[in-house]
Write a protein that binds this ligand. Structure first.
Ligand SMILES: Nc1ncnc2c1ncn2[C@@H]1O[C@H](COP(=O)(O)OP(=O)(O)OP(=O)(O)O)[C@@H](O)[C@H]1O
Ligand SMILES: [Mg+2]
Length: 346
C-alpha cells in the first residue's frame, strides 16, 4: 500500500467504499476511520474517531509497534460496552512515517453462536448422564414394584395396610414413568402418540399426589373445561408435565396456599391451554430466563435436580407446544402450557 497523497479526495472516495470497518492509524493514534468503523464502535461520524488513542477502541493496545497480521482482540464501543473483533493490520510507509491500516471484523455474533453450540453440546452430555442415572434407578424400581405386588396379594382387600401399599405401588409406578422420561431426555421425539384426555390426566395425577405433604394443606381450585377434545400425545409424558408443575407449585408455596389448575380450549378449537398457578412467591425476575435450563435449581443441594422444568419444556416442545410463564398481579407464579390438539403443532 502506498501513502495516500495527503489523503486527497480520490483517496477519501475510495476509502469510503471499503465496506468493512477500517481505520488508518499511527502506532498509537487514529488518523482516520470509515463510516462502518465509526458505526461499529458507536460513533455518529467517522470524524468523531480521528485523533483518538487506539487504546480507546481496542484493549489491550500495545504501547510500542502494533502487531502486524490478524488477531482477535477486545473492541470497546463509545458507550463502554465491549465486542469481540478480529483485526488485520498492515503497515505502509507514508513519507518518513510508518502508518498502519487495520480492517476490523465483528465476531461477537460468531462467539455467541459458538457459545450456544457449546451449551447445546453440554445439554446433550447432561441428557446422556441423566439417561444413565435413570437407567440405574429404573431397575431397582422394578424390584420394588415386584415385591410390593407380592405382598399386596397376601393382604386383606380393603385393609389399611393394603391401601397404603397400593399407594406405594402407584408412586413407584410414577417414579418409573419419570425415570423412563429421563431415559428419553436428550433423545429426539418418540412418536408413541395416542388420543389423551388432559382433564383425566390432571385428575389422575392429582388424586395420586393430593396426600403428599406438599399439597395436603393446599387449597386446589380445579377449573377443567367441559368437553375438552382429546389431544394426540404421549400420555406418560403428559402426566410428567402435570406432575412437575404441581410439585413445583407445592414446593414454591412450602405446602401452604392456593393452586389453580385450569384447562381451556382455544376459540378455534386447535389448541388446549393447561394453566397451573400458585400463590407462592413467584419467580424472581433475574432467574426467569434460566428456569428451563437443565440442572438450574434454587433449591438446597439434595432437594432439587433442576431437571423438572427442562424435561417439561422438552416434552411440550416435542408435542409442538409452548410454555409461558408469568407472575400474575395477585402474586404467585403462573405456568401456561399450550398444546396443539393435533399433537404436532400442525
Ligand atoms: N411455581 C414456581 N414458583 C416459583 N419458582 C419456581 C416455580 N417453579 C419453578 N421455579 C423455579 O425454577 C427452578 C427450576 O425448576 P425445576 O422444576 O426445573 O427444578 P427444581 O424444582 O429446582 O428441581 P426438581 O424439579 O429436579 O426437583 C426452581 O428451582 C425454582 O427456582
Ligand atoms: Mg421441579
Amino acid at each position: 500500500m502506498r501513502c495516500p497523497p495527503s489523503f486527497g479526495s480520490n483517496f477519501l472516495e475510495m476509502w469510503e467504499k471499503i465496506s468493512q470497518p477500517a481505520i488508518i492509524h499511527t502506532a498509537s493514534h487514529a488518523i482516520m476511520a470509515n463510516s462502518p468503523f465509526a458505526s461499529l464502535f458507536g460513533y455518529v461520524r467517522p470524524e468523531d474517531v480521528h485523533d483518538r488513542s487506539m487504546g480507546e477502541f481496542f484493549s489491550p493496545w500495545p504501547s510500542s509497534t502494533p502487531k502486524v497480521g490478524t488477531r482477535t482482540i477486545l473492541g470497546r464501543r463509545k458507550n463502554g460496552t465491549s465486542l469481540d473483533v478480529e483485526i488485520t493490520t498492515v503497515p505502509f510507509p507514508c513519507g518518513d512515517r510508518l502508518l498502519f491500516q487495520s480492517v476490523v471484523r465483528d465476531i461477537s455474533q460468531l462467539r455467541s453462536w459458538e457459545g450456544r453450540l457449546l451449551q447445546s453440546e453440554r445439554i446433550t452430555a447432561m441428557g446422556r448422564l441423566a439417561g444413565e442415572i435413570a437407567h440405574e434407578i429404573n431397575n431397582p424400581l422394578g424390584g420394588i414394584l415386584l415385591y410390593a405386588n407380592l405382598i399386596k396379594d397376601d393382604l386383606m382387600p380393603g385393609s389399611t395396610a393394603r391401601m397404603n401399599l397400593e399407594k406405594i405401588i402407584k408412586l413407584a409406578t410414577r417414579c418409573r414413568i419419570i425415570a423412563k422420561g429421563l431415559l428419553n431426555f436428550g433423545r429426539s421425539s418418540s412418536r408413541a402418540y395416542s388420543p389423551v384426555d388432559l382433564n383425566r390426566v390432571i385428575v389422575e395425577i392429582f388424586s395420586m399426589i393430593e396426600d403428599h405433604r406438599l399439597l395436603k394443606d393446599v387449597e386446589v381450585d380445579m377449573r377443567l373445561a367441559e368437553e375438552l377434545p382429546h389431544i394426540m400425545a404421549d400420555k406418560g409424558q403428559m402426566e410428567q408435565v402435570v406432575l412437575n408443575l404441581l410439585i413445583n407449585a407445592g414446593e414454591a408455596m412450602g405446602g401452604q396456599g392456593r393452586v389453580l389448575i385450569e384447562t381451556r380450549l382455544s376459540p378455534d378449537g386447535k389448541e388446549i391451554k393447561v394453566v397451573v398457578q400458585d400463590s407462592g412467591p413467584g419467580i424472581p425476575k433475574e432467574i426467569m430466563s434460566r428456569i428451563f435450563e437443565p440442572f438450574f435449581t434454587t433449591k438446597q443441594p439434595g432437594h432439587g435436580t433442576g431437571l423438572g422444568l427442562s424435561i417439561t419444556l422438552g416434552i411440550v416442545q416435542r408435542h409442538g407446544g409452548k410454555i409461558d410463564i408469568s407472575n400474575p398481579a395477585g402474586g404467585g407464579a403462573r405456568f401456561e402450557v399450550t398444546l396443539p390438539v393435533s399433537g404436532s403443532g400442525g
